[in-house]
Design a protein around this ligand. Structure first.
Ligand code: 9WN
Length: 450
């Protein structure tokens, strides 16, 4: 006999399951994305984790962000990984002895005592800090949380807006696919083709000890990731716009630079959040809102594609838009002041044949269902992820698309639960892929429940 569906019981067990995942992935000062595959602290993971943790323990959520920010570099960058010194070097690749942050990153102001990577991840932190504050303003005021994080977040945005405007049009560029966070997205195929891969025998992938090879990036992808990171490191992690690109084809340093819509949309949403934080601390915040508006204009001018009804990536070195449809190009829906015709087009695209939300897919796929490179199981080349679902749900709600937002929320909650808090899922069936008990899946499900 079918068991009657009881949303209250489901919600209870979802809540306790998510809390259990976050508890077992907590290390005392921060949360690992997953115990096996990702045993250190990751930058954008921590921001998403804090957004969910605030419902369980606002103190732990504040600590999560403070731990990450304490590894910030002197030039303002927030590293994409903060390494846990008690984890063996061979548990994750690339390990601290690859990045050599405290020596190679000295000129850029890398911390001396903690080991980190030298690249960044999407700037969702100020938005997270604001949401964490709102969960318990009393605790936040009592601990001086906002006053302590504000200067660090402001320096982070300054770094991105000044050192990373490699295209010269006001947007931030990523210099490595790991920086954008959607590592093997088909959007990188063309810009990465210029990069000579490091030989496969020159490194050992630890990810394949935990993940199925057909769900992960290929060895050729890794060869290129390693080449880009090695050359960036060997150039002292410098972001000199003149140096970038000088190497020409085949050289790693500077040969990859991309303006990505999701990365920049998160920067803009975070700039609006920073304006709110500034106001809470007694300033006006007006200049920050104005900057967010200028960035929104730059995003529209440089990355909007009216024909496809979505944003695209710009290959800064090649000089053109990348003609691939990625979920990244839908995420600017998050921005509150987009013109109405743009939000309408984005909603049509989310529901249209390339992403099919509400018709054939349960969650939004990471890449075009009709694209040549689509693969429902391979990482960021098709599977649906929970952080992008959360960002889109928020965007849909911001623009009054309540029914679609409700539908996405419902399937995100169901898939998170039924997949055992999977890292990502098959967008058609919801089948679990990657690692289980993944922290941001648990955290964002908690946030959607509240
Ligand atoms: C490289 C931790 C991270 C996420 C990324 C995801 C994956 C790392 C990897 O895991 O990337 O940074 O080893 O594949 O692509 O978005 O932050 O969860």
């Amino acid at each position: 006999r079918p068991i009657a569906y009881d949303p209250a019981v489901e919600a209870d067990s979802l809540h306790s399951g998510a809390a259990r995942v976050l508890e077992s992935n907590w290390t005392g000062r921060s949360t690992v994305p997953s115990r096996g595959l990702y045993p250190h602290q990751w930058s954008w993971d921590s921001a998403f984790i804090a957004i969910g943790l605030r419902h369980l323990s606002p103190l732990r959520a504040q600590t999560e962000l403070e731990t990450l920010l304490s590894a910030q570099w002197g030039d303002g960058r927030i590293p994409h990984i903060v390494f846990n010194p008690s984890v063996p070097l061979d548990a994750y690749f690339p390990s601290p002895d690859f990045w050599r942050s405290s020596t190679a990153g000295r000129a850029a102001g890398a911390p001396r005592t903690v080991q980190t990577s030298g690249i960044v991840q999407p700037p969702v932190h100020a938005l997270a800090a604001w949401l964490v504050h709102c969960a318990d303003p009393g605790l936040s005021h009592g601990r001086g949380f906002l006053a302590r994080v504000y200067p660090r977040l402001a320096a982070w945005h300054r770094y991105l807006l000044h050192r990373r405007d490699l295209g010269g049009g006001g947007l931030a560029s990523v210099v490595h696919p790991w920086e954008q966070g959607m590592d093997n997205s088909p959007c990188w195929d063309a810009p990465l083709a210029r990069v000579l891969p490091a030989p496969a025998r020159s490194f050992r992938r630890a990810d394949l000890d935990h993940g199925a090879p057909e769900d992960r990036p290929t060895d050729l992808d890794y060869g290129r990731y390693v080449r880009l990171a090695t050359d960036y490191r060997d150039a002292g992690y410098a972001d000199d716009r003149d140096r970038a690109g000088r190497g020409g084809p085949g050289r790693g340093a500077g040969s990859f630079a991309v303006e990505d819509p999701a990365f920049n949309a998160m920067l803009i949403a975070s700039e609006h959040a920073l304006a709110r934080i500034a106001r809470e601390l007694g300033a006006t915040g007006t200049a920050r809102h104005a900057r967010a508006e200028r960035l929104t204009t730059a995003l529209l001018e440089r990355l909007w594609d009216p024909e496809r009804g979505m944003f695209l990536c710009r290959d800064v070195r090649g000089g053109a838009l990348v003609p691939e449809r990625s979920v990244s190009g839908l995420i600017p829906l998050l921005l509150p002041t987009l013109p109405r015709e743009i939000t309408r087009a984005l909603v049509r695209t989310v529901r249209g044949p390339h992403f099919s939300l509400g018709t054939t897919t349960r969650l939004v796929p990471s890449y075009d269902l009709l694209g040549e490179a689509f693969d429902p199981h391979r990482y960021w080349r098709g599977p649906a992820w929970f952080n992008t679902a959360w960002l889109l749900e928020r965007g849909l709600r911001t623009h009054g698309e309540r029914a679609t937002a409700d539908q996405l929320r419902q399937s995100a909650l169901e898939s998170a639960h039924s997949s055992g808090f999977a890292e990502y899922v098959d967008p058609y069936t919801g089948e679990a892929c990657g690692t289980a008990d993944f922290s941001w899946t648990a955290a964002l499900a908690l946030d959607l429940l509240h």
